[in-house]
Design a protein around this ligand. Structure first.
Ligand code: NDP
Length: 311
């Protein structure tokens, strides 16, 4: 028989948003359960050094920081369960979540399932992930100081990442698969005017070169010309993110890209009363650990107040 667990607050996701929500909910004596999902610790577990989370003057590794966040949440009574939410029923209260190994009911639900950066799917790209291949300039740009790097993509994120990287890198090569950008005009103009950025139109990456670190890219001409080699030591993917919101499709209001919509500006309320959202699954602009943690705190406070009003 499947085990059913009830909690006042159930938190889906164990990244900075989920653990911060858990910390606040636990300190309010709400004994939250966190379902850790497919990637316990979230995107930070795939990065190496984190230097931009306040409170770590010497930096910290992503996995170590997530370990600290988990311990801190558990210290006040959070229970972390390593299960994956497959199905959610938000049509009645308590809400019901079906996981791989159990069923969970909750009076309030906090969605903190995060987002995943898209990768191109090349074996060489996967092999060199975090060894020169990354998807976050704000997180990792500082490791490429005075080096030549490439950014892949033609949207606003690619423009932003390329411009950011020009502050510390010797040069930035922007690789785009077509002959025009989809980014906003103002972002395009800033990119094209920046003397440190070279745009390579109509190019895709055929292979990331290097054994223990990136030494270059093999570029394919999408108009049929010859392949060419580009010498760079870093490759920043900026081809979009995917919010991890599939189980909520048709149940919570979302935008066209699948980011869960905030129902009341300045809060973490969703379209369903009693369901709150925090972190990257609702944020396509900032996407930082510290902003995720901030909204996690907001979600716990919103949920706690909502429970007090509705129980
Ligand atoms: P987008 O989906 O807008 O752009 C992705 C880019 O990556 C496109 O140029 C696309 O090419 C390219 N791409 C996609 N898949 C591949 C692939 N497999 N190989 C090579 N290239 C690929 O994503 P963004 O993250 O840039 O932006 C998401 C949303 O967030 C947008 O609405 C954007 O406006 C917004 N945003 C706003 C910001 C701001 O206002 N400051 C900052 C950042 C994002 P193609 O064009 O050919 O499809």
């Amino acid at each position: 028989m499947t085990d059913t667990r009830h909690s006042k607050i159930l938190i889906l996701g164990a990244g900075p948003a989920g653990y911060t929500a858990a910390l606040y909910a636990a300190r309010a004596d709400l004994r939250p359960i966190v379902l850790a999902g497919p990637e316990p610790g979230g995107q930070l577990t795939t990065t190496t050094e984190v230097e931009n989370f306040p409170g770590y003057p010497k930096g910290v590794t992503g996995p170590e920081m997530m370990e600290h966040l988990r311990e801190q949440a558990e210290r006040f009574g959070t229970e972390v369960i390593y299960d994956l939410a497959n199905e959610v029923d938000l049509s009645q209260r308590p809400f019901r979540v079906v996981g791989d190994s159990g069923v969970y009911t909750a009076d309030a639900l906090i969605v903190a399932t995060g987002a995943s950066a898209k990768y191109m799917g090349l074996p060489s790209e996967q092999r060199l992930r975090n060894k020169g291949v990354t998807a976050c300039a704000t997180c990792d740009g500082a490791f490429f100081r005075n080096q030549h790097v490439a950014v892949i993509g033609g949207g606003d994120t690619a423009m932003e990442e390329a411009q950011y990287l020009t502050r510390m890198c010797a040069s930035v090569h922007l690789i785009h698969r077509r002959d025009s950008f989809r980014a906003s005009k103002v972002m395009q103009a800033r990119t094209l005017e920046n003397p440190k950025i070279t745009v390579h139109w109509n190019r895709t990456v055929k292979e990331v070169l290097g054994d223990d670190g990136v030494t270059g890219l093999l570029l394919q001409d999408t108009t049929g010309g010859a392949d060419e080699r580009l010498d760079v030591t870093g490759m920043f993917l900026a081809i979009g993110h995917e919010p991890n919101s599939k189980p909520f499709a048709g149940k919570l209001d979302m935008d066209e890209a699948g980011y869960i919509k905030i129902a009341r500006p300045g809060s973490t309320y969703t379209s369903v009363p009693g369901v709150f959202v925090c972190g990257d699954v609702a944020d396509k602009v900032y996407r930082q650990a510290v902003t995720a943690a901030g909204t996690g705190c907001m979600a716990a406070i919103d949920a706690e107040r909502w429970l007090a009003e509705h129980s």
